[in-house]
Design a protein around this ligand. Structure first.
Ligand code: HEC
Ligand code: HEC
Length: 309
């Protein structure tokens, strides 16, 4: 009931539920003449359809009445035993959230011995273990592929996790941090400070850093702009900064794209990108296996061992 600000909603819902059942019983009661035995039966009611389909005043069958009353009693019984009357939790104290928690605990207990085997291995060994890789891939497909792609190769604004290029660092501890707590990548907008023409010079310079075609005449003003506005995060050599999530601009790997128009847009409008935290959705054991799996995508030890198997 947490969505409701006032507890009176609970009473309101309880009153509506009980009144509904009482109404059903009352309805049956008002129609009891139909159930009686001493009423004339089989009389025509004067309604005829299709020429010969006639309505008679026969009572409803007894089984139907019993069934109807049975359902009303079931309704009361259910509301006494299970939650359904506003904030009353029911005599059995059942809650679907609790049932899910129990099922999860049961599942965790079942897989605990499996995970125990991986707990004693280091990340490189887990990354190379065929069973751990299978589990890692399944976890990835269920929890991560919707953003990073089923091959982990990403899409614009969702980083490729298999290319050895890292925004936030590729050491196992850094990957684990990323998965557990999430990350934000914030590139501030410069539109208020930098004119579009200057942004376009800077974009030319940024393109030249990874060997893309650039206008040589615009590199000098471009570099001047870069040195004033961009070094703080991307570094004097533009190699990026994993502590800030600022990408390396020299490696030919692009989160958004390398065209001048894209880079100008990023400079003028900035970017606010977010990897949502997964720590509350996955167990520490699952996160460790996922870390090893992701790490193994770009670290040859994992990949080579699996290729040899
Ligand atoms: C809702 C989309 C979404 C989901 C789901 C998601 N991610 Fe991400 N992830 C992102 C985005 C966006 C970034 C980039 C953040 C940034 O720009 O700094 C990211 C970044 C990362 C990074 C850092 C990459 C780097 O270069 O440093 C790793 C590692 C990662 N995700 C792993 C995972 C794993 C493992 C899962 C599943 C448990 C997952 N992600 C689920 C959107 C998602
Ligand atoms: C406050 C730190 C900060 C400053 C200053 C900054 N950037 Fe960034 N930049 C970032 C971060 C963080 C990202 C990653 C955004 C994301 O994860 O979506 C980024 C992303 C980019 C990208 C996208 C790279 C790709 O792979 O697609 C380009 C291009 C870029 N910045 C260029 C610049 C230029 C040019 C300047 C100077 C005008 C600049 N940045 C100034 C932090 C900064």
């Amino acid at each position: 009931m947490s969505d409701f600000v006032s507890s009176s909603w609970g009473y309101y819902i309880a009153a509506v539920s009980i009144a509904g059942i009482i109404y059903c019983i009352w309805l049956l009661f008002t129609q009891r003449a139909w159930l009686g035995k001493n009423l004339p039966k089989g009389e025509e009611m004067g309604h005829v359809w299709d020429g010969n389909l006639t309505e008679l005043n026969n009572p409803v069958p007894r089984w139907w009445t019993v069934f109807y009353l049975g359902l009303c009693i079931f309704g009361f019984g259910y509301l006494i035993l299970y939650p359904g009357l506003g904030e009353f939790k029911g005599l059995l104290n059942y809650s679907s959230a609790e049932a899910v928690r129990e099922a999860q605990a049961e599942q965790a207990a079942r897989v605990a011995p499996l995970y125990a085997r991986f707990a004693s291995m280091d990340i490189a060994q887990v990354a190379a273990d065929p069973e751990a890789r299978q589990i890692g891939q399944r976890l990835f497909l269920n929890n991560c592929a919707q953003c990073h792609g089923s091959d982990a190769r990403g899409a614009p604004s969702f980083p490729n996790l298999a290319d050895g290029d890292w925004l936030h660092g590729g050491e196992p501890e850094q990957i684990m941090q990323t998965i557990t707590n999430g990350r934000v990548g914030i590139m501030p907008p410069w539109g208020a400070v930098i004119k579009p023409a200057e942004a376009s010079d800077i974009a030319q310079y940024v393109r030249s850093l990874s060997g893309l075609a650039a206008d040589p005449l615009r590199l000098v003003p471009g570099k001047r702009g870069y040195d004033s506005y961009c070094v703080a995060c991307h570094g004097a050599e533009a190699k990026g900064n994993t502590a800030l999530g600022a990408p390396n601009l020299t490696d030919g790997t692009w989160l958004y794209g390398s065209s001048e128009a894209t880079i100008v847009d990023i400079i003028l409008n900035g970017r606010h990108n977010e990897m949502p935290a997964q720590g509350h959705l996955l167990s520490p054991e699952q996160i460790r296996i996922l870390t090893a799996w992701v790490w193994g995508l770009s670290n040859s030890s994992g990949a080579t061992v699996s290729a040899n198997k």
